[in-house]
Design a protein around this ligand. Structure first.
Ligand code: ADP
Ligand code: MG
Length: 475
């Protein structure tokens, strides 16, 4: 029997405004070649200019993964020929990456695991060859050429696909949280190469690996790993050797197919790019970026589930949505008596529900943290029932402000006054004599009916607990 060993290389596209070495934009889905300037086209005489923001984003990633930020890092030319690489080389980092020796901790089915991040280096993306557009030709789109990538490489320390997926989800969350990558897998902003080998159970020497390139969905990654475990296992069972290969995952069949063997591996003839100076990173810059770092997802999770007693599920939704999270913190700060759990409930159910239903981004809703804070306070101090609070919320969504004014203007104050309630209840009981008799004879199910009728009569303003108590008394 065999154990599986996996190491990952993830390319994230950094979300800068422009390319790594040119001023062309990097917006996805634009007309072919409309975002390729002279530098991306490699016209003679052009020179690359490093994008400072990409360097800052790489540093953020390094700080978030407790890595070493290399104060001097060097760009190198990785030489190979391909039609969508007009320079004939890709500018990457070889021996001197910007980030090395980091770690990422994640949760695999309730157990914490840390994996060593060997390096993370900056490099430019290649263009795109499109083979199925024109009859007898291949088409080249250079919009992607020069887009800024950070390649994040782990040690071979994953021993199941569950661990791989847990790491990738944590990484995906982290880079979005740091606002350095949009994480869009369909558009190729987060691409995964899986290196995978088998070795006899409980041995330590690594087996020969295959690399499955550019898989862009978590489900396909799981499938590809499963397929490779079976394929390599069958080869080893027969006493044959696995050939070191680059393979492709085929979505239609769920199989991996060979792309090239190690024998065909290219010698990239890396050498320092003479067009670019080594990058020097000062301690001042490091300190400045460190001071602007948002709290990390794991720290937020601990705070939200610990101090604020939210469920892990709710906490995770807030962490994944910066606008919601910031709103949450602001709103509980504005409350008379902060009630984080209730606040999270309002934000994640009624308020997010309204945004989703109307396809409005949360940040475009016309609500303010102060108003929502007061709304939740008014439920807590029993001025509003949950029903009338929802009505107030509707007015807030329409752009009205001042919760107390809305309550007065629309007469939504919860009525707990026994006299007023008794009068409404008596009328309802009179209106439905048959049901009243049934309730009296012990048919408790009718209690809900009567409470509902009273609430309807009072436009939701009755205090439901009081209403129920008085109905019981009068019956
Ligand atoms: P290369 O430079 O040839 O791409 P690296 O040593 O940089 O090789 O490794 C690339 C990736 O492959 C890393 O994520 C590493 O963890 C992984 N890897 C290396 N050897 C193995 C192996 N035997 N089994 C599984 N993964 C491996
Ligand atoms: Mg590699």
């Amino acid at each position: 029997m065999y154990d599986v060993v996996i190491g990952l290389e993830v390319h994230i596209q950094l979300n800068t405004q422009s390319k790594l070495f040119s001023g062309a934009a990097i917006k996805f889905g634009q007309a072919p070649n409309s975002q390729a300037c002279a530098i991306d086209l490699a016209l003679p005489g052009v020179l690359p200019v490093l994008n400072k923001e990409a360097v800052h984003q790489a540093i953020k990633f390094g700080l978030a993964t407790k890595a070493t930020i290399n104060k001097v890092n060097i760009f190198a030319r990785k030489n190979y020929f391909y039609p969508d690489l007009p320079k004939g080389y890709q500018i990457s980092q070889a021996n001197y990456p910007i980030v090395s020796d980091g770690e990422l901790t994640f949760d695999v089915n309730g157990i914490k695991k840390s994996v060593h991040i060997v390096r993370a280096h900056l490099e430019e993306d290649a263009g795109k060859s499109i083979h199925d557009l024109l009859q007898d030709y291949s088409a080249i789109d250079l919009n992607r050429a020069g887009c800024p990538l950070l390649e994040i490489v782990t040690a071979p320390e994953f021993y199941s696909s569950d661990e791989v997926i847990a790491y990738l989800k944590t990484l995906h969350r982290l880079v979005r949280h740091l606002n350095i990558c949009d994480g869009n897998m369909q558009e190729g902003s987060f691409r995964v190469d899986v290196n995978i080998s088998l070795r006899p159970k409980d041995t330590t020497i690594l087996g020969t690996r295959c690399e499955i390139k550019n898989i862009n969905s978590f489900r396909f990654i799981e499938k590809a790993i499963q397929y490779e475990i079976e394929r390599q296992g069958a080869i080893l069972e027969k006493g044959d050797k696995v050939i070191q290969q680059t393979r492709l995952f085929q979505e239609s069949t769920g199989k991996t197919i060979a792309m090239r063997d190690k024998e065909d591996a290219q010698d990239y003839r890396y050498f320092p790019c003479p067009d670019l100076f080594p990058v020097h990173i000062s301690q001042e810059l490091l300190d400045e970026i460190a001071s602007q770092m948002p709290p990390l997802p794991e720290d937020l999770l601990a705070q939200l589930t610990g101090h604020y007693e939210l469920s892990e599920y709710d906490a995770q939704i807030l962490i994944d949505n910066t606008a919601l999270l910031q709103f949450f913190f602001k709103a509980i700060k504005e409350q008379q008596t902060p009630s984080p759990k209730a606040m999270a409930n309002w934000l994640l159910s009624d308020i997010s529900g309204f945004a989703n239903k109307n396809q409005i981004a949360f940040e475009d809703l016309k609500i303010s943290p102060a108003d929502i804070a007061l709304l939740v306070d008014r439920v807590n101090d029993k001025t509003l029932s949950s029903k009338t609070a929802k009505q107030v919320l509707t007015f807030l969504f329409e752009g009205q402000t001042h919760v107390d004014k809305i309550i007065t203007d629309h007469n939504l104050k919860q009525v707990s006054d026994v006299g007023a309630l008794t009068q409404a209840i008596a009328e309802v009981l009179e209106q439905f004599p048959a049901q009243r008799a049934e309730l009296k004879s012990g048919k408790d199910k009718l209690m809900g009916f009567f409470v509902g009728q009273v609430m309807k009569k009072m436009r939701g303003t009755g205090n439901p607990e009081e209403v129920q108590r008085i109905i019981q008394d009068l019956c």
